[in-house]
Design a protein around this ligand. Structure first.
Ligand SMILES: Cc1cc2nc3c(=O)[nH]c(=O)nc-3n(C[C@H](O)[C@H](O)[C@H](O)COP(=O)(O)OP(=O)(O)OC[C@H]3O[C@@H](n4cnc5c(N)ncnc54)[C@H](O)[C@@H]3O)c2cc1C
Length: 583
């Protein structure tokens, strides 16, 4: 049974651990490398199960009260016009801006204030050696101290040095092709309470976010392969950002001017920490040291508080340290694996390199932000995170009334399943919808394409042909239905059935674009009637494959198949009645 515990790192994971272990009666020492408590850092958010941990700690309301006051997220054009906007209040749930948006330093301080009475904190020191025997870990510190502990928890963030001491060469970082800089700049009168996000060609973006300290939080990102920029000194990093964003437009000049004078410049080349194991003997990793998912995963802070709570809970329950560490890893792996599942394509999709790409991104976001779409998405995409650990296993301080997952009617999916993360799935669906919209526009028989329109109008059509407006309304609705189904399929556990259903969804979506190309642009009446028939078959195959994976996804594809049956009859009649007009 562990009694004396050392925690290295006094940020989110370290302070949460100290809070729980201190209350559970452990003798806790926290060693932080920085000479004093670190207040810096920009926006982080706590969602889902992380909110539950904060609630159990009695800190939820305080964290909300210390929040940044950000009210939503807006994608803006170079002249500042809003292209798309999500307001957290309207969504009624966490969107790009979560309800609990807080500065990293403010959150860490809340946790620290709640932990410091029950733990011994030592700043300006770090571990230089750990030797383990059967009874304890013998730890030597840079400050000269030598102490023995029952357990050592490393919570030093993504670049952890103690992790490298204990697990040399085991981390296989996954570079995410994104370079990012955060810093604080003076607030201006035009700054509002939205996260304003501007994309410039070349995969560059400039973000401005509000805070409650009378300043504005700026972020610059560049989507590119890493070239060792994290090793440069701060002056070189700033100079490189200055050159890279010189012609970016929007508020880049103001942000670059603010960067030169800021005192809290934070720069990183994003990489996930990928550790095959999180413990070795009496030493365990927690938070970003163990599994950094990067801000692209969207849940780094949620994972840090949740992992810390689970590790403290297991140390309190288990008969020995090894059993506690094993149970902790079993409980946390599924959630971490899911969060790390962000495909490397995601930053590329979310940060277009061309002006057309930026236009498509804005169009997709504008569509996704429509109230009807967000409401439907809330119903269809909701349902909680089934990979999150069950916190009811652990006794909570004070009276806790959080119901068990089973009592909430949530059904746990098999853990560690390779389902796409919500961000990655949404990104892929957005690209598919965007590409389909671009192709549809290219071939539409409307006033912007007079030749196509004239040809289409002159075709002999049967009496049961619906008016053009009906086609204009039905196809987008069917495609959105398919896209929502596609999202649901991507979120299901990986496997041959899921992958087959996803492939059929992609094939059907591609065929819709292909059909319009064949019919309107190439005027191949015979081939397009045959293609329409083939699509009935492929649509039916999609329904059948999806039904084995996710029934709502299958149901969403049924109207598409029904409409295709009708469209095939129509296409066949048009082919027959217009022998001379096709090619
Ligand atoms: C100063 C700072 C600013 C940040 N800003 C942002 C941000 O703007 N947006 C964002 O999304 N995320 C930010 N992060 C990262 C974010 O806090 C984490 O992704 C997440 O909350 C997980 O927290 P963590 O406690 O595991 O690691 P971290 O928050 O990275 O904390 C690690 C702690 O360990 C300390 N440490 C490092 N090495 C040693 C050592 N050898 N011995 C002892 N202590 C050590 C560090 O000083 C730090 O206090 C920031 C982190 C820091 C430290």
């Amino acid at each position: 049974m562990a009694n004396k515990v050392l925690i290295t790192g006094a940020s989110v994971a370290g302070n949460t651990l100290a809070w729980w272990l201190g209350r559970a009666g452990f003798e806790v020492t926290v060693v932080e490398r920085a000479p004093a408590f670190r207040d810096g850092g920009q926006n982080v958010d706590v969602r889902g199960v992380g909110r539950e941990v904060m609630r159990q700690m009695g800190l939820e309301q305080a964290a909300l009260a210390h929040g940044t006051g950000e009210e939503g997220t807006a994608w803006v054009e170079a002249d500042g016009r809003i292209a798309a906007r999500f307001l957290t209040d309207e969504l009624g749930r966490d969107g790009p801006t979560a309800e609990m948006e807080i500065l990293r330093g403010d959150l860490a301080r809340l946790l620290y204030d709640g932990a410091r009475d029950r733990a011994r904190y030592r700043f300006g020191d770090h571990v230089i050696e750990i030797a383990q025997d059967d009874d304890a870990a013998d730890v030597r510190f840079a400050g000269g101290a030598r102490e023995r502990y029952d357990a050592v928890i490393v919570a030093e963030g993504v670049g952890s040095a103690t992790r490298e001491l204990v697990f040399p060469g085991e981390n296989r970082p996954r570079w995410m092709d994104m370079t990012i800089a955060y810093f604080t700049i003076p607030r201006s009168d035009e700054d509002d309470r939205l996260w304003r996000w501007y994309h410039a060609p070349g995969g560059r973006s400039v973000s401005l976010r509000p805070d409650r300290h009378g300043t504005t939080r700026a972020m610059l990102t560049v989507q590119k392969r890493p070239e060792g920029e994290q090793e440069w000194d701060g002056d070189r990093q700033r100079a490189w950002l200055g050159e890279t964003f010189a012609d970016a437009g929007w508020q880049a000049p103001r942000v670059l001017a603010g960067m030169r004078d800021t005192s809290d410049f934070y720069f990183d080349v994003l990489r996930q920490a990928r550790m095959p194991r999180w413990s070795s003997g009496r030493v365990a990793l927690c938070g970003d040291s163990a599994w950094c998912v990067t801000p692209l995963g969207g849940v780094g802070t949620t994972l840090a508080v949740t992992g810390a709570r689970v590790l403290a809970g297991e140390l309190g329950r288990a008969r020995d340290v090894a059993a506690a560490f094993a149970a902790y890893e079993r409980a946390m792996r599924p959630m971490v694996k899911k969060a790390q599942g962000v495909p490397k394509l995601a930053p590329r999709l979310a940060n277009p390199h061309s002006r057309t790409g930026i236009r498509v991104l804005h169009a997709v976001m504008a569509f996704a932000s429509q109230p009807a779409v967000t409401a439907a998405a809330g119903r269809l995409f909701g349902g909680g995170d089934d990979s999150a650990p069950d916190l009811t296993r652990y006794p909570a301080p004070g009276a806790l009334d959080a119901p068990a997952a089973s009592e909430r009617g949530e059904v746990a999916a098999p853990p560690g399943t390779g389902a796409w993360s919500p961000v990655a799935a949404l990104a892929l669906v957005g690209v598919v919808l965007g590409a389909s919209a671009v192709l549809g526009r290219r071939n539409a028989p409307d006033p912007t394409h007079p030749t196509i329109r004239r040809w289409y109008r002159r075709l002999d059509k049967p009496g049961f042909t619906p008016p053009d407006a009906v086609f204009g309304a039905v196809w987008p609705a069917l495609e959105v239905g398919l896209a929502i189904g596609g999202y649901r399929l991507l979120r299901r556990p990986a496997g041959a059935r899921r992958d087959a259903a996803v492939a059929l969804w992609l094939a059907n979506t591609a065929m819709i674009g292909g059909w319009s190309e064949l019919f309107f642009r190439r005027r191949r009446l015979g081939a397009s009637a045959a293609a329409s028939g083939a699509m009935v078959a492929s649509g039916a195959a999609l329904v059948a494959a999806a039904a084995r994976v996710d029934r709502p996804a299958a149901a969403l594809a049924v109207p598409y198949v029904g409409w295709l049956g009708f469209a095939t009859l129509l296409a066949e009649r048009i082919r027959r009645d217009n022998p001379a007009r096709g090619r």
